[in-house]
Design a protein around this ligand. Structure first.
Ligand code: ZN
Length: 486
């Protein structure tokens, strides 16, 4: 296998100059396959030592913080280890777009001799003019091999339409509303992309609605979006070109690739784009977020992503319609009403539990306390909650009745829950009794909790608080309170 790898040296100037400045994918973004020749095959560790180039993609799907998260997750879930590519292939030309202008890299296959399929898991551009495209693979390919390149069309097309949509939104926002594009992001497949426009904008603003309308008119008008190749001089002379605020990084490139949307925009861009705006189908703004310095990120969807979101919303709307039996136009109003009545029910329940706590705290209702030798009051409420337990303890402590003979010796024990729900208990009283009873109940009721300074509280799992277990717990409480916790 070592004979396949015969490139331990840097590229010579001649070899470097022989590679194209403008790639096939930039001449025709709809060219998804191509015959090519392998010029060099590097082991990536050799490449990285020669060119000091990080292997990590700049792809937002794959940034280092996400990698760290993934590593942590892997350890926990025992997911299969991601195998890093070992080789970097240089070709005489390529249809693989290597990442740039905010657009992520392509993936796909290199077919060797019509037989072997070698996956391209990443590709990145290097060199002063970014015209070296290194295709990352798990397997080497001998130099001078004739190969066929096939990119992942679905991934590329998704990138192409979201990138082209950004051009269109940028152009309309600038031409008609004087809003500059400050940044943009092509998010992973299940998220929305955004264009950051200058100034403040909100989803409900008429202006945003008008931009969306104009952008979709451009799609209906089926404008052409075609690349041209300018010399430096032509580029500088053309006053119609929208120049990027950060300027251009041209390296040694003799030509500048310029994208023109017929009649509305010309700017330099290295990415891949649709040729006609009809391929964008529609653009929908879905959200806004504050950007830096009072600017606005406008999130948008187009193509498949828009259809998928629309399908999801339709499915949800259908389900809500059947749950609350009203049409889509009444969903918001009816859900607001439901939430309001839920709030009222909760408030009423809270008041009822408070009242019941006050009633049940009446020592006259507690035969266990009327016994001269007992110093305990206990209460169980199957549908109670922690508010009830706190209220009960408070009410007992504040009841100023003669029958509470010696309050320092009284233990208050309250529990809530039933077999079908998670339960809980609270104890307050002399430290010895509270600790002893708490520990006994934790064992008996398989509870989790603890306490100090005369208080104990714990949660009881589901399936425990049946009548039998509750009685047993109260018997233990009575016994321990009578004996002072011994
Ligand atoms: Zn572009």
């Amino acid at each position: 296998m070592t004979s396949l790898i015969n490139t331990p040296e840097k590229l010579t100037d001649e070899e470097f100059e022989s590679l194209p400045w403008i790639l096939s994918c930039q001449k025709d973004s709809y060219q998804y396959s191509k015959e090519a020749i392998v010029k060099k095959c590097y082991e990536l560790k050799i490449w990285n030592s020669l060119y000091s180039t990080p292997l990590e993609s700049k792809d937002s799907n794959n940034d280092s913080s996400q990698k760290k998260k993934k590593k942590k997750k892997k350890k926990k879930s025992n997911e299969p280890k991601v195998i890093e590519p070992k080789y970097g292939i240089l070709l005489n030309d390529t249809v693989f777009f290597p990442e740039g202008g905010g657009q992520p890299h392509d993936t796909g296959d290199i077919i060797v001799n019509d037989k072997q399929t070698i996956h391209v898991v990443n590709c990145q551009s290097f060199g002063p003019g970014s015209n070296l495209v290194l295709h990352y693979t798990h397997d080497p390919i001998p130099e001078n091999t004739n190969v066929e390149l096939k990119i992942n069309v679905q991934r590329r097309f998704d990138h192409m339409i979201h990138h082209s949509s950004q051009h269109l939104i940028t152009a309309v926002a600038l031409n008609s509303y004087n809003r500059k594009t400050l940044s943009w992001n092509l998010a992973p497949k299940d998220k929305s992309c955004y264009v950051e426009l200058s100034g403040e904008l909100k989803m409900e603003d008429e202006e945003l609605h008008l931009i969306e309308k104009d952008v979709n008119k451009c799609i209906r008008d089926n404008l052409s979006m075609l690349p041209s190749f300018y010399t430096h001089e032509e580029y500088e002379k053309n006053g119609n070109i929208r120049k990027a605020a950060k300027g251009l990084k041209l390296g040694g490139s003799p030509t500048i690739r310029v994208m023109e949307i017929d009649g509305i925009d010309i700017n330099a861009c290295c990415g891949t784009h649709v040729q006609q705006t009809k391929d964008l189908q529609a653009i929908k703004f879905v959200n806004t977020e504050k950007g830096k310095d009072g600017n606005t990120k406008v999130f948008y969807l187009t193509g498949e992503r828009l259809l998928e979101r629309s399908n999801l919303l339709e499915r949800n709307a259908k389900e809500i319609t059947s749950l609350i039996t009203c049409g889509v136009d009444k969903h918001v109003e009816n859900i607001k009403n439901l939430l309001q009545s839920q709030k009222e029910i909760n408030r009423n329940m809270k008041n009822l539990l408070k009242s019941f706590a006050a009633m049940s705290a009446n020592v006259a209702n507690h035969p266990e306390f009327n016994n001269e030798s007992s110093n305990i009051i206990y209460q169980h409420l199957p549908s109670g909650n922690s508010d009830f337990m706190k209220s009960f303890i408070r009410e007992v402590k504040s009841s100023n009745v003669e029958s509470i003979r010696n309050f320092e010796k009284v233990t208050i024990f309250v529990s809530v829950g039933n077999e079908l729900s998670v339960g809980a208990f609270m104890i307050e009283g002399p430290e010895e009794v509270v600790q002893a009873l708490g520990k006994e109940l934790v064992t008996l009721w398989k509870a989790k909790g603890g306490g100090k300074k005369g208080r104990f509280q714990a949660k009881v799992p589901i399936n425990v608080l049946n009548e039998n277990n509750i009685s047993k717990g109260q018997e233990i409480a009575l016994k321990l309170a009578s004996s002072g916790g011994v």
